[in-house]
Design a protein. Structure first.
Length: 204
């Protein structure tokens, strides 16, 4: 489940245990100046950008790999020209029932950012990983996305964040025996005990 108010409807592509979102075009910035002195930034945050719920018989690992893509161009100069992209948040472990996520105390920061300077240009393909540590019925991720640029000398600088993606891992959950199974197990142990006692008491 994802927050359509944050991401927009129809922006998600799911592949296996990964989900990638097309990012709002408002995260694309560009400034051209003759003598420097320009800046721009755009940012959005969500406390519940994404909620991941494990399939029956599985738990979702408390960890995540994130990737973001885009492109950039930084004006040439002797300093003062830069662009940046940031995508980070907090991952919470918990349970999910009746449309409500309930956190169970485990939280960890994830994600990262990148800054680029004078004369650099190209594409962005950044990845960050929060290693798995246990598993839960559900995970919820807050997120802050931002792009920024600063032009301190003449020229054009631009930066565009085009996608942001998550990759999770699932772990099978060991089945808990039903009460009847416990009864059969205890009965079997009892029979083994009787056989052992008879063998000990049999004439040699």
């Amino acid at each position: 489940m994802y927050n359509t108010d944050f991401w927009g409807a129809g922006t998600a592509v799911v592949s296996g245990d990964s989900i990638t979102f097309a990012v709002d075009p408002a995260f694309s910035l560009s400034r051209t100046v003759a003598a420097g002195g320009a800046a721009a930034a755009y940012a959005r945050s969500s406390d519940s950008a994404l909620t991941v719920i494990a399939k029956s018989g599985y738990g979702v690992d408390f960890g995540v790999a994130t990737t973001y893509t885009g492109n950039f161009q930084v004006a040439n100069g002797a300093g003062g020209n830069s662009v940046g992209v940031l995508g980070n948040g907090v991952l919470s472990g918990g349970s999910y029932a009746n449309g409500v996520f309930t956190g169970e105390g485990s939280k960890a920061s994830y994600g990262g950012g990148i800054s680029l300077y004078d004369g650099a240009s190209g594409s962005i393909g950044q990845g960050d990983t929060l290693p798995a540590n246990g598993s839960y019925e559900a995970l919820q991720a807050s997120l802050r996305l931002s792009t920024s640029l600063s032009v301190g000398s003449s020229g054009t600088s631009s930066v565009a964040l085009t996608s942001f993606g998550y990759a999770f891992q699932a772990t099978p959950v060991a089945a808990v025996p039903e009460p009847a199974s416990y009864g059969m197990l205890l009965g079997g142990l009892g029979l083994l005990g009787m056989v052992a006692r008879r063998r000990r008491g049999a004439p040699k």
